[in-house]
Design a protein around this ligand. Sequence first.
Ligand SMILES: Nc1ncnc2c1ncn2[C@@H]1O[C@H](COP(=O)(O)OP(=O)(O)OP(=O)(O)O)[C@@H](O)[C@H]1O
Ligand SMILES: [Mg+2]
Length: 223
Amino acid sequence: MRTILIELENVSKRYELRSGGVDALRGIYLSVAEGEFVAVVGASGSGKSTLMNILGCLDRPTGGRYTLGGRDVGKMSAAELAGLRGSEIGFVFQNFNLLPRLTALENVEMPLILRGEPHASRRDRARRALAEVGLEHRTEHRPRELSGGQQQRVAIARALVTRPSLILADEPTGNLDRASGAAVLETLERLGARGATVVLITHDPETAARAGRRITLRDGRIV
Ligand SMILES: Nc1ncnc2c1ncn2[C@@H]1O[C@H](COP(=O)(O)OP(=O)(O)OP(=O)(O)O)[C@@H](O)[C@H]1O
Ligand SMILES: [Mg+2]
């Protein structure tokens, strides 16, 4: 039997606003095994990004329980969660979120700098991560000197350089043309094949069809 990495039990998320509350997630039950490639689909506003923020420990549920790698996330302090994010989770966003003044190599090094890794070894690891996404020839380019697809592959290299067990990608191909999107998906699939668990959020049914499992959200519920 495969080990469970993600376990959501009756998880809910309510945003409180002065104008009223929004129930963005309602009673979510979800188990994801290590190494699974899961796509999350659903209409705009259905709760996909809210779910990703909770899975990535960027936000906490307002109800229910989230267990990640056997640890009850609800019982962890903010500092423990930050440590968990730094070592276990890699994020890829629709708008890449690269630092514009840094080179591709320096962007990929950033998570290792935050972890206090020494200069020589982090350079080396960042170079290897860029090679894994086929960008060993673009290490000195800044984001604006790269194509959209290349920028997204730099972002993926940055997500994988710490060897996280979980990769969370929110619409990673949303800003890319078909060919660049396909290259990004292939990279994510390769990571999955290497044992990382990948949760991919997408609007695109074709993209979702490539995942091992598809989860559809509607109005904060899994349907
Ligand atoms: N910070 C917030 N404060 C209040 N309401 C929020 C907040 N973030 C999201 N919401 C609301 O929660 C619901 C779910 O939003 P979410 O961003 O998770 O949707 P989504 O499925 O990612 O949509 P999209 O496909 O457009 O990115 C929406 O109704 C949204 O308006
Ligand atoms: Mg979203």
